[in-house]
Design a protein around this ligand. Structure first.
Ligand code: PLP
Length: 490
């Protein structure tokens, strides 16, 4: 064989060029939708895999199409199987369908600050503020900023810059990722006047600290830990008897009481006890977008709103839209997940385990305690159920599509169903089946990455088709064992 002949036989010569790939209808369409750069990157990756011999040249266009992201952004949707309702690393509260719709409607030009009747300027976000006042009528006035931390910064700046904030040593908390509320407060130019001890603070401690330099008394709900034993703290009602304004940070965002979380304070109650201002997050138990809610007396809230810093902490129209829909619309997912019925979770876990076992995947249904998370209701376990898999699944499921984030616990991978919408159980089963080929291959070794990917995709798709067709349980069981050997046939 001549050298020239050998070169002509080289399959790599048949790898399509970038321009011809970009002319493929699917990829051209994607370039219009997602932008040129994103599509080009997918094309280059596919070409590289073909050059490396992972896929045949004919498969390059298909692979490039499969590699395209769903959106022009890099944020990757995740199935939250951690059992943590408000997982800060996973974006805290998922928005309700009503909120998503409202965001969509607000995404273009919108009358966020405009009166369409008179054609003149109007109060920004007036609908959202009215909704918040309607849910907590006890608040004379309300305001919304970027997040809970911003609400505190605004309060400290306006009410205590150059003066003192009197606060209990037991309430100086770190809220996560190294951010500490005391540092945040001091950054405004206010000074902290710490009173009491870590475990006990009395009304007299506050009383003795009050003087001409006092800006306000601060009550912080220690939302992410619990001090037990010999403890005491002072209620908002008692603080309100001392004279200076009382600012109370509930953090968790409960606007009214929830019997599932008896120890979480709510805005209505703390206002009733006499707080001049209550601050809270929008994306914790309220279940809405990231936001900082300020509820209080007209005098205090008006002063905050009039300060120049308020402009820097202003929320955008998308936040206002999502927050209003969360306040007025149906209960958001975070509420549903928090109140999920343990028996229903059990039935789903058992059904999923049955389906997976039928495909020879070592799955079982086990009790699993979820938590509120996001710095809410520490120590409150939410009894629920999970599907238990071998530990290798944890990583394989994260690498899959959709990305499933489970919990690694005592040498197992737990998929807690609390925060997985029931209608997505089929998708979850599909993801586990796809992951099973990766997990098995890691045990067996041998097969190429491309083969594994191909089989994973076929098996997952087959599982989801099965779901859509509502095949009978008997059929599924019968097909189970064969399918694992010959998934390629589907
Ligand atoms: C979460 C929390 C904050 C911070 O709120 P973000 O919305 O995350 O900025 C402040 N205080 C308390 C008590 C919290 O729990």
């Amino acid at each position: 064989m001549t050298t020239a002949r050998r070169a002509a036989d080289d399959p790599r010569r048949r790898i399509p060029g970038t321009d011809s790939l970009l002319a493929d209808l699917r990829l051209a369409d994607a370039a219009r939708r997602l932008g040129h750069g994103v599509v080009k990157e997918a094309v280059h990756t596919a070409q590289r895999r073909a050059r490396g011999g992972e896929i045949p040249p004919e498969a390059v266009a298909d692979l490039a199409t499969a590699l395209l992201p769903r959106t022009a952004g890099t944020l990757r949707p995740v199935l939250n199987a951690t059992g943590v309702v408000l997982h800060t690393n996973l974006g805290r509260a998922p928005l309700s369908a009503a909120a998503v719709e409202a965001v969509q409607a607000a995404s273009g030009y919108v009358d966020v600050e405009f009166d369409t009747e008179s054609g003149t300027r109007a109060r920004r976000g007036r609908g959202t503020l009215a909704a918040l006042r309607a849910v907590v009528p006890r608040a004379e006035e309300v305001h919304v900023v970027n997040n809970g931390a911003a609400a505190l910064v605004l309060a400290a700046t306006v009410l205590a810059a150059g003066r003192e904030i009197v606060v209990s040593r037991g309430e100086l908390i770190e809220i996560g990722d190294g951010f500490r509320l005391p540092d945040l407060l001091v950054s405004t130019g206010a000074q902290l006047r710490e009173v009491g001890t870590t475990n006990r603070t009395h009304l007299d401690d506050y009383r003795r600290a009050i003087g001409p330099r006092t800006g306000f008394l601060l009550k912080i709900h220690p939302s992410n830990f619990r001090v037990e034993g010999f403890t005491s703290s002072v209620s908002v009602a008692d603080l309100a008897t001392l004279g200076p304004p009382v600012v109370a940070d509930i953090g968790s965002g409960l606007l009214t009481a929830d019997p599932v979380l008896p120890e979480e304070p709510d805005a209505d109650d703390w206002l009733a006890q006499g707080a001049d201002l209550v601050t809270a997050s929008g994306d914790k138990l309220l279940g809405g977008p990231q936001a900082g809610l300020l509820l209080g007396t007209r005098e205090v809230v008006d002063a905050l709103r009039a300060h120049p810093l308020a402009r820097a902490l202003r929320v955008d129209k998308l936040t206002l839209a999502a927050l209003e829909a969360t306040l007025l619309g149906p209960r958001p997912p975070a509420f549903t997940f928090l109140h999920a019925d343990a028996q229903e979770l059990r039935a789903r876990a058992e059904e999923l385990a049955r389906r997976l076992t039928a495909r020879q995947i070592p799955a079982g249904a086990v009790p699993s305690d979820g938590i509120v998370g996001g710095g809410g209701a520490p120590g409150v376990g939410l009894p629920g159920w999970a599907v238990r898999l071998p530990s290798g699944y944890t990583q394989a499921l994260r690498a899959g599509e959709p990305c499933v984030v489970g919990r690694a616990e005592r040498g197992h991978c737990l998929l807690d169903l609390r925060c997985v919408p029931a209608e997505r159980d089929g998708e979850l089963a599909g993801a586990v089946l796809r992951a099973s080929t990766v997990v098995e291959a890691e045990h067996a070794g041998g097969r190429s990455a491309a083969e594994r990917r191909g089989e994973a995709e076929r098996r997952g798709a087959a599982e989801q088709r099965g779901e859509a067709e509502q095949r009978s349980e008997a059929e599924r069981r019968g097909a189970g064992s064969q399918e694992r050997g010959q998934a390629a046939c589907e």
